[in-house]
Design a protein around this ligand. Structure first.
Ligand code: GTP
Ligand code: MG
Length: 286
């Protein structure tokens, strides 16, 4: 009997959840940023290996909510954890040992699925500086160096339920291309905008014409204040142009075709704290 089930990648912000999802799936699906709190909604990646199908859910970092967007992020992470057959609990190897998962996730009780500690970013430590991690402590990985991924899949796969596959083995994603287009605009914002500005950026896809050549995408990049709009546009439109080019290149890689990205900037005041705006941007269940 094959195995198939859901694996939640969970942990504090910035521990390397999205990078690990991409390394396991072998495609850049989830956005990655040097700054924490880049993932706002779960991203699902599929991996089918021999007789096991992994439905991998990259979840927002577990944090103490400070405003309504944070609350939607935490709710989404907690839901992904509750739904999972197995929880991969990511924590940097440099901070071994990880505190108990229920404390970090602030859960009232242990999740239904087994929790496997995964110690990340192993490449940042010289071999002599690495803590001694026993197999019973968890799995050591480096998504960047590709270390430990086979062992991780072995540990996760052994805990998946016996079940027929839920998806075609060739599929790698479940969310529509327009979702990834909006995410890649945000990833470009994390790369090109400074300080706190990426946290005020959201993106909505207004039109996505896949039959057009090049593929036509009209998108709105939202910020929270007029002053931020000025910075995002930049002198003579320089910043928004660079942002659009970076986002377009990322979208083209996933779509596999040339893309025309028609990107506009608008102000949506205090959208991070406004329930109707959060809903409209896809951050809250409607
Ligand atoms: N050296 C090294 N850096 C890594 C590794 N994995 C992730 N990183 C870096 O760590 C930072 C955060 O990575 P993400 O994958 O965005 O982390 P995350 O846990 O998804 O973060 P949030 O979504 O914000 O909670 C980025 O700068 C990554 O390049 C790794 O294996 N080695
Ligand atoms: Mg992430």
């Amino acid at each position: 009997m094959p195995r198939c089930g859901t694996v939640a990648l969970a942990g504090r912000p910035n521990v390397g959840k999205s990078t690990l999802l991409n390394a396991l799936v072998g495609e850049h699906l989830a956005i990655v940023a040097a700054k924490p709190q880049s993932t706002r909604v779960p991203v699902v990646g599929l991996l089918t290996r021999d007789d096991a199908q992994f439905i991998l859910t990259d979840s927002p970092g577990l944090l103490e909510p400070e405003y309504p967007l944070h609350e939607t992020m935490r709710d989404a992470a907690v839901r992904a954890i509750a739904d999972a057959d197995v929880v991969a609990y990511l924590h940097p190897l440099a901070e071994f040992p990880a505190p108990p998962f229920v404390e970090v996730a602030r859960l009232a009780h242990a999740p239904r699925g087994a929790v496997i500690p995964v110690y990340t970013k192993a490449d940042l430590l010289a071999p002599s500086a690495r803590p001694a991690v026993r197999p019973s402590d968890g799995v050591v990985v480096s998504a960047v160096a590709g270390e430990g991924l086979a062992a991780l899949l072995g540990a996760l796969g052994a805990r998946l339920p016996e079940s027929p596959f839920h998806y075609d083995p060739d599929e790698i994603a479940t969310q529509p291309l327009r979702f990834f287009a909006a995410e890649f605009v945000r990833e470009a914002a994390f790369e090109l905008l400074r300080q706190e500005l990426p946290y005020s950026v959201a993106c909505a896809i207004e039109e996505f014409r896949e039959s057009a050549s090049p593929v036509y995408i009209r998108a709105t990049l939202y910020v929270e204040r007029d002053s931020q709009k000025g910075i995002v546009i930049g002198e003579s439109g320089r910043t928004i142009k660079a942002l659009g080019q970076a986002a377009r290149a990322k979208i083209e890689t996933l779509v596999g075709q040339p893309v025309y990205l028609d990107l506009h900037v608008k102000v949506l005041p205090r959208w991070r704290r406004d329930a109707p705006s959060l809903q409209r941007l896809g951050y809250a269940p409607s």
